[in-house]
Write a new protein. Structure first.
Length: 400
């Protein structure tokens, strides 16, 4: 009988670099394979499993809603949609919600919302920052600059531009009366856990006051308490006009959202935008379970365990300066910038049955479930300590 790996190769487009693990089940911060192995998961479904795997509250919410109904379409008023929207509004301080299935759909919807708002204002250009990741659809790809995701698949949307991240001079020279919006991640995930600088945010606020464009915060990865606040932009003195959400919002179910200020409530009229599956009842039930856990102390755990983990990683940086150049991030969205290709470290972690991820070539991206405890963090750090103590790397000028 063929293995899952063999069957996958013969059935799917080969677009994913899958880990050589055949999963049997997953609970909390652990994944169990079909051979009886137990893996510590510090990838968290790429920051999706906010409550870890198979969280009882999510399981119960999904089962209860599935017994009522699973899908009826957005032609109907649905209490579960409204309850989740109210919870998002309460935690975010924003006014309007539109559901999508994913982050990239939230991005494309936000682009449409910006375009409609700007249509009669003679504002035509949308700007984003280098290193950003906003999804895989054509709208999202139009405001990104990573060649791997874009080469030989254009052309992309007109009147879009990507400018250098944290470059104040390019920001000031790029924004003018034609600017409709700027999209940015306040902590970039795919870009290597890189934060926007306070100086950049302050300049952005001045330019917004002068030119009257919209600010769209991509909180798809950094939102839903991952940074230690509900949204990453809350670490700054700023309130964006539009927010895109997904990943942790659904607690493992496919769910995204566009959240906006009341001033934008009348931009779309009936029929301007829509979705068949967005706001699916079962996904919303899971999302409400996540919101309830955030209200019941999840954020405190993120900050306590995140601070502990970051402090331990900083100790490793001091102990192994030939391996680690920087520790980045906030809460449980952390990055270990290495002096070489992070794949080397990922393979060593796999040998110890620990799952993590790399971004921006040399950064170990650390986005575990938000429910991990200090013992999980200690296990992760001890594994890194052991690896660095025994890993011999020849550092050259080619290593970044």
């Amino acid at each position: 009988m063929k293995s899952l790996i063999e069957m996958e190769h013969s059935n799917f487009f080969q677009t994913y670099k899958r880990l050589p693990i055949e999963i049997e089940k997953a609970e909390g911060a652990r994944i169990y394979d079909k051979e009886g192995g137990v893996w510590l998961d510090f990838l968290g479904g790429i920051a999706v499993n906010a409550l870890g795997h198979s969280h009882p509250a999510v399981i119960q919410a999904v089962c209860n809603q599935a017994k009522r109904y699973m899908h009826v379409s957005n032609y109907f008023y649905q209490d579960i949609q409204i309850e989740l929207a109210a919870a998002i509004k309460a935690l975010s301080g924003y006014d309007r919600v539109f559901y999508s299935n994913s982050g990239t759909e939230a991005t494309d919807g936000a682009i449409k919302l910006v375009r409609k708002w700007a249509f009669d204002k003679n504002k035509t250009e949308i700007i984003a920052l280098s290193g950003g990741f906003h999804g895989r659809t054509y709208g999202a790809l139009s405001i990104m600059d990573k060649p791997l995701y874009k080469e030989n698949m254009g052309p992309y949307l007109e009147n879009t531009k990507v400018i250098k991240h944290n470059d104040l001079e390019e920001l000031k020279s790029s924004i003018n009366e034609k600017t409709a919006a700027i999209f940015l991640e306040f902590i970039q995930g795919e870009g290597g856990i890189v934060e926007v600088s306070p100086e950049y945010v302050n300049e952005l606020k001045k330019l917004k006051s002068k030119y009257g464009f919209l600010i769209v915060a991509d909180e798809i990865q950094a939102g839903v308490a991952r940074s230690g606040k509900f949204f990453a932009f809350e670490h700054y003195d700023i309130k964006p006009d539009i927010i895109t959400m997904a990943k942790g919002l659904g607690g493992g179910m496919p769910l995204g959202a566009i959240v906006a200020k009341e001033e934008l409530a009348e931009v779309w009229t009936k029929g301007n935008h829509g979705t068949t599956y967005g706001g699916n009842a079962v996904a919303c039930a899971a999302g409400l379970a996540v919101m309830n856990e955030i209200k019941n102390g999840l954020m405190e755990n993120v900050n306590q365990v995140g601070d502990f983990l970051k402090s331990e990683l900083l100790k490793l940086k001091d102990k192994y300066p030939d391996h680690i150049s920087e520790v980045r991030g906030k809460g449980l969205m952390l990055g270990l910038a290495l002096r070489y290709d992070a794949t080397i470290l990922l393979n060593e972690l796999l040998s110890k049955k620990i799952i993590a991820n790399a971004s921006s070539f040399n950064v170990l991206r650390i986005v575990p479930p938000l429910i991990i405890n200090k013992d999980d963090a200690r296990e992760f750090v001890d594994a890194l300590d052991s690896i660095f103590a025994n890993l011999i790397i020849e550092v050259t000028n080619d290593n970044r």
